[in-house]
Design a protein around this ligand. Structure first.
Ligand code: T3D
Length: 260
């Protein structure tokens, strides 16, 4: 199957959702292949950053409204199991990964597709892209982390309205609301996301992984707990070869060459 395309570059990979006729809506088999692609990137010591994007005019239209979720003779589908073993596993692995994930949202991101986009560490979106909490339109509730991401990114008032109304918002609104890092011209999404991937692939990898760890912990921590965590992770960073190189490069007035 070619519904998950993987492009390997020097220091980074691009994972492309590729079911263009359905705006890259996902099903269990496709998500299994996406999970395998994430694992392969994680296992490759030469890979230091990942871009997740969609082919064609959509980023991802969420769960495929097809056989996986259509009530049949056996009764309704088990969405709890499907979410837990597939959609939610993608978010768990993106967030637990040592690798920085750049989501390059090239078009509509709906339902779980919007959640995959927001699970990225840095989210760029083409100006023509839209984000739709489509769940309510079909009688479902936000999942794949949507209620968590939205609450933290845009605040309770906007999160509730987006979830309850299911209205689409455009990339510039998403940027203004702090839901994403940046809206960029459609034509430059590819090059801007690649520039970021190259930059992150040359950044201190251990420090990037530690930043992921501390931001993952922050929402559940008190200030004092977070200070303790920051001290521990800073201690770890302070023992790294990248820190030694960073200080040396500063003193020698040259660009650092991080290899950690
Ligand atoms: O267990 C679990 O947790 C399950 C997981 C649930 C999480 C979810 O993701 S629930 C939400 C599922 N997704 C949706 O409800 C979105 C459905 N799609 C739409 O509402 C619209 O397609 C969009 C707003 C995304 C885009 O609209 P538009 O007008 O730009 O495109 P379109 O014409 O509607 O779609 C183009 C084609 O893609 C079309 O096929 P056709 O008619 O040309 O043959 C359409 O049927 C297909 N498509 C779009 N989304 C899906 C889809 N096919 C199957 N499943 C889809 N989700």
């Amino acid at each position: 199957m070619d519904d998950i395309l993987v492009e390997s570059r020097d220091g980074w990979r691009r994972l492309i959702l590729n079911r263009q006729a359905r705006l890259n809506a996902v099903n269990a088999e496709m998500l299994t292949r996406l999970l395998a692609a994430i694992d392969a990137a994680e296992a490759d010591p030469g890979c230091r950053a990942v871009i997740l994007t969609g082919a064609g005019r959509g980023f991802c239209a969420g769960q495929e409204l097809g056989p996986d979720v259509t009530p049949g003779a056996d009764g309704p589908p088990d969405l709890e199991k499907l979410a837990d073993t597939h959609h939610h596993e993608v978010v768990r692995r993106m967030r637990a990964s040592r690798l920085p994930f750049i989501c390059a949202v090239n078009g509509v991101a709906a339902g779980a597709g919007a959640s995959f986009a927001l699970a990225g560490d840095i989210v760029l979106a083409a100006r023509s892209a839209t984000f739709v909490q489509a769940f309510i339109r079909i009688g479902l509730v936000p999942d794949t982390g949507a209620s968590f991401f939205l609450t933290h990114l845009v605040g309770d008032a906007r999160a509730r309205a987006l979830a309850m109304l299911g209205d689409a918002i455009d990339a510039e609104t998403a940027e203004r609301w702090g839901m994403i890092w940046k809206a960029v011209d459609d034509a430059s999404l590819g090059s801007e996301s690649e520039t970021l991937a190259v930059r992150l692939s040359k950044a201190p990898a251990e420090a990037l992984a530690a930043i992921k760890t501390m931001f993952a912990a922050a929402p559940g921590n008190t200030l004092h707990q977070q200070l303790d965590l920051e001290a521990r992770l800073q201690g770890q960073a302070g023992r790294s070869a990248d820190f030694a190189e960073g200080v040396r490069a500063f003193q020698e007035k040259r660009p650092p060459r991080f290899g950690g």
